[in-house]
Design a protein around this ligand. Structure first.
Ligand code: UN1
Length: 531
C-alpha cells in the first residue's frame, strides 16, 4: 500500500454540507471535510468562525479534516443545551438510559473497523491497537448499559422498629469531559458512559490532536438515540474550550485525563467552585524482572508495554528494574527485539511502531535523549527515524526509534519524569527489596508489574507496589474495563475510572429513611437499653 492510498482512506464527510466552510485547495488535493461542533443535537459552526486542521502523524501532508475552533461562547451554548436536556434525561428510567448505551455500543461494534482506521489515521497507533481502543469503548458502553439496571445502593436494617433505611445514587448535573489523544475513543467512553447512564448530561472537549475521533463518536451517539443536548461536543484549544468548561459555574463535575501539570491547574481552579474533579494523570510505570523470571516472557511483556502505542500510554512501561544476576541476558534480548521493530504508518499490517503524535512530542523525546546520554548508556535507538523504510518515507511523519538506556539509576531524570514516548530505562538492582524501593521511588503510582516464578514474592509485590494496578507475569498495559482504573500519588486525586466504582465520580449519594411507625422515633436515643 502506498502513502497516496493512505491519504485516500474513507473519511466522514457527513458534516461538510451543513457547516460548509471549505478552504481553497490546489486542485490535486482532495477537499478537506469540515466538521461542526455538536450542540443541542445540531452540528453548528463556532461563533469565532475559526477552524483548525487535524493531520495524520504518519504523513503530515494528509489532512484528516477541518474542525471548529471553539470558544468560551460555544462552551456557554453547549452548557445551556446540556442543562436544558437534564430534566428529561434524569427523569428517563435508568434501564431506558442503559438501552441507549447498548445501542451506542452496538453501533460501535458495527462500525469498529471504520472507527479504528480513522483513529490510526488521525493519531498514528497501529491498527490492531486502534481496534483495541474501539473495543475498550464498546466494553465500557456495555458494562455501563448494565448499570442502568444495577447502580446498586444499600438497603440496611434500621436501628428502630417500623423504619426503613436505604441509599440511592443520583445524577449531579452537567459533566465536563476533557480527554487526551492517546486513547481518543476509549477514554471519552470511559467518562461519558458512566456519566450518562446515571442521568447526567455532558459537554465533551477532546484533545486538539484528535477531533475527528471525537466527531465520529458524537455522530454514533446521536444515532444511538441520546436525546439532543445530552451530549455536546466542543472542539478547540485547552485555553479556549477547556478553561471555559472548568470555569463554568454550571458544570458540576470535571473528568480529565492528561498531564499532571494540567491536572493540578484544573483541580486548583475547580476547587474555588467546589467542583468535583476526577483526574487521571501521569505515570512512570516499572516492570520488575527477578532472577527466577522467564526471561523470554518478560521480554515480550516489556517490549509490548514500552513500545506499544509508541510509548504514549499512561500505563506504558518506561523503567525495567532487573535483578543484577539476569541483567545481561535480559538486555541482550531487549536490544535484539527492539532493533527488529518495524516503524511505519499504523495502517500497514507489517508496522510494529507508529509515529509520535506531533512534532512537539518528538522534540520532547529528543530533549530526554540528551538527558539520558548524560545519565545512562544508550544501547539502541536515541534518534528520529527518517528516510525510506519498507517502502515508506518516514520523513513525512514524526517517527522516533525505539530507545533503550542501560546503567540508569533510580533517581535519574529519565527514570523519574514522564517522557510519553518510546524510551525505556534499565535499572539494575541487587535483589527484590532494592527493586521494590526503586519501583516506589517515584511521584507517580499508576501501574506496576513483576516477573517472577516465586509465588511468595509475587504476593509481596501485589501488596507492596505503590500503584493502582499490579500485574504479575504480564506487562504494565492492558487494564480491563470492569475493574477500577487509576493510580495513587500524583497519578490522580483518588478517583477511579471504569468498573462500577466509576459511578462514584458522577453521582451523589442520597440516604433515605422511611418511618412507618406512626410515632416519633428518635434515632440514637429510643433504641438504648435502659440501665
Ligand atoms: C491510558 O494510557 O490512558 O491498560 C489508558 C491500558 C489501557 C488503557 C490505557 N487499557 O494500557
Amino acid at each position: 500500500m502506498s502513502n497516496s492510498r493512505l491519504a485516500s482512506e474513507p473519511i466522514s464527510t457527513a458534516l461538510a454540507g451543513p457547516v460548509g466552510r471549505v478552504a481553497r485547495h490546489h486542485r490535486a488535493v482532495p477537499a478537506v471535510p469540515t466538521h461542526g461542533l455538536f450542540i443541542g443535537g445540531e452540528w453548528v459552526e463556532s461563533v469565532s468562525g475559526d477552524t483548525f486542521d487535524s493531520r495524520n502523524p504518519a504523513d503530515r501532508l494528509d489532512v484528516v479534516g477541518r474542525f471548529q475552533g471553539g470558544t468560551a461562547a460555544d462552551v456557554a451554548r453547549a452548557v445551556r443545551a446540556a442543562e436544558a436536556a437534564l430534566p428529561g434525561w434524569r427523569a428517563t428510567p435508568a434501564p431506558r438510559r442503559g438501552e441507549v448505551l447498548y445501542r451506542f455500543g452496538q453501533l460501535m461494534v458495527e462500525h469498529k473497523e471504520r472507527l479504528a482506521r480513522a483513529m490510526t489515521r488521525e493519531m498514528g497507533k497501529v491498527l490492531v491497537e486502534a481496534r483495541g481502543d474501539v473495543q475498550e469503548g464498546i466494553d465500557i458502553a456495555f458494562l455501563m448499559a448494565g448499570e442502568g439496571r444495577r447502580s446498586f445502593g444499600d438497603t440496611v436494617p434500621s436501628e428502630l422498629p417500623d423504619k426503613w433505611a436505604m441509599s440511592i445514587r443520583q445524577p449531579i448535573g452537567v459533566v465536563g469531559v476533557i480527554t487526551p489523544w492517546n486513547f481518543p475513543m476509549a477514554i471519552p467512553c470511559w467518562k461519558m458512559m458512566p456519566a450518562l447512564v446515571t442521568g447526567n448530561t455532558v459537554v465533551f472537549k477532546p484533545a486538539s490532536d484528535t477531533p475527528h475521533c471525537a466527531t465520529l463518536l458524537a455522530e454514533l451517539m446521536a444515532e444511538a438515540g441520546f436525546p439532543p443536548g445530552t451530549v455536546n461536543l466542543v472542539t478547540g484549544s485547552g485555553t479556549d474550550v477547556g478553561d471555559a468548561i472548568v470555569e463554568s459555574p454550571d458544570v458540576q463535575v470535571i473528568s480529565f485525563t492528561g498531564s499532571t501539570a494540567t491536572g493540578k491547574r484544573i483541580a486548583e481552579r475547580a476547587a474555588r467552585r467546589l467542583k468535583r474533579v476526577s483526574l487521571e494523570l501521569g505515570g512512570k510505570n516499572a516492570i520488575v524482572v527477578l532472577a527466577d523470571a522467564d526471561l523470554d516472557l518478560a521480554t515480550d511483556g516489556i517490549l509490548w508495554s514500552a513500545f506499544g502505542t509508541t510509548g504514549q500510554r499512561c500505563t506504558a512501561c518506561s523503567r525495567v528494574i532487573v535483578e543484577q544476576a539476569v541483567v545481561e541476558p535480559l538486555i541482550e534480548r531487549l536490544e535484539a527485539r527492539a532493533r527488529a521493530l518495524r516503524l511505519g504508518p499504523g495502517l500497514e499490517p507489517e508496522t510494529d511502531v507508529g509515529p509520535l503524535i506531533n512534532e512537539a512530542a518528538r522534540e520532547k523525546v529528543e530533549r530526554y535523549i540528551e538527558v539520558g546520554l548524560r545519565e545512562g548508556e544508550l544501547i539502541v535507538g536515541g534518534q528520529r527515524a527518517t528516510g525510506m523504510r519498507g517502502g515508506f518515507d518516514l520523513d513525512r511523519g514524526q517517527f522516533f526509534e525505539p530507545t533503550i538506556f542501560r546503567n540508569v539509576k533510580p533517581m535519574d531524570r529519565i527514570a523519574q519524569e514522564e517522557i510519553f514516548g518510546p524510551v525505556l530505562s534499565v535499572i539494575a538492582v541487587p535483589d527484590y527489596e532494592a527493586a521494590l524501593v526503586a519501583l516506589n521511588q517515584t511521584r507517580y503510582g499508576l501501574s506496576g508489574a513483576i516477573y517472577t516464578q516465586n509465588v511468595n514474592t509475587a504476593f509481596r509485590a501485589m501488596r507492596d507496589f505503590e500503584t493502582g494496578i499490579v500485574y504479575v507475569n504480564a506487562g504494565t498495559i492492558g487494564a480491563e474495563t470492569h475493574l477500577p482504573f487509576g493510580g495513587i500519588k500524583e497519578t490522580g486525586n483518588g478517583h477511579r475510572e471504569a468498573g462500577h466504582v466509576a459511578l462514584d465520580t458522577y453521582t451523589e449519594w442520597k440516604s433515605i429513611y422511611v418511618d412507618f411507625s406512626g410515632r416519633l422515633q428518635r434515632a440514637q436515643i429510643d433504641n438504648q437499653t435502659s440501665g
